[in-house]
Design a protein around this ligand. Sequence first.
Ligand code: 5GP
Ligand code: ZN
Length: 122
Amino acid sequence: MSDNCIFCKIAAGDIPAKKVHEDEEFIAFHDINPAAPTHLLVVPRRHVRSLADVTSEDAGWLGRMTVLAQKLAFDNGCTPGHDGGFRLVVNTGQEGGQEIDHLHFHILGGPRPWNKRAAPAA
Ligand code: 5GP
Ligand code: ZN
């Protein structure tokens, strides 16, 4: 838990969110400003600032987070099959467009067109 971190507070239940998944390692919830028909955020409960801060020791939970993202995408409106799919976006650091300094995956999907204005790192 990091002080004044919005995603730590959502993980702790101190700030409400439209959650779609919770387990001992991760939470996932709808982005408050969706850029696509499906726009979820997948967040590790542990405060990790960004993808720039991980090492090979983090490969296990990062792998589980990636597989979880695929499942959550298809369970929450992304179209299966090669004609469907989704985008997985990990904004990293200031030049990467990261606004919340707690590592998170964006899952974006659903029928196009999407909202270009709000799309992260389009
Ligand atoms: P970043 O730019 O850091 O990759 O993305 C942060 C995302 O978090 C943005 O898409 C923004 O809409 C979302 N966000 C910011 N504050 C909140 C919040 O309090 N609740 C939820 N559900 N999403 C938030
Ligand atoms: Zn945090």
